[in-house]
Design a binder for this molecule. Structure first.
Ligand SMILES: [Zn+2]
Length: 128
């Protein structure tokens, strides 16, 4: 059975002008820089930017993929954060952008602490 507690938030909190925190129902805490979330915006427009204008890549690759440096998000702030149904949140960014729907599965998949862990546990025997 899928562990749905992993992708259901217990609390959502904008901590300050630069950080956003989610505590999940499995008691894991994810803390995100807002600039990181802005750079990973899952909307098609930002996907296009991250993939050098190649729309086909943004539409069929995992959301959040591509070169996040293509999105200039330094110093970005969240003017507003709204729930979208029961499955996602939407940020209204200080650069005026607001089309990204960040569903909770996506947010959990980009959790910075779990990303680090996954990288360090990567097996070294791929390829050949
Ligand atoms: Zn976007």
């Amino acid at each position: 059975m899928m562990n749905t507690k992993r992708t259901k938030p217990k609390t959502l909190k904008r901590i300050n002008n630069t950080e956003f925190r989610i505590v999940w129902q499995d008691d894991h805490t994810s803390q995100y820089d807002l600039s990181y979330l802005r750079a990973l915006c899952p909307c098609a427009e930002c996907g296009k930017l991250r993939n050098d204008g190649q729309d086909v890549h943004s539409l069929f690759s995992n959301i959040g993929r591509g070169n996040i440096d293509q999105i200039h998000s330094a110093g970005i702030q969240a003017v507003d954060v709204q729930l979208v149904g029961r499955y996602a949140i939407c940020f209204h960014w200080s650069d005026g952008h607001r089309s990204g729907i960040y569903d909770f599965k996506f947010l959990r998949s980009i959790c910075p602490t779990e990303r680090k862990k996954a990288n360090s546990e990567e097996p070294g025997d791929i390829g050949g």
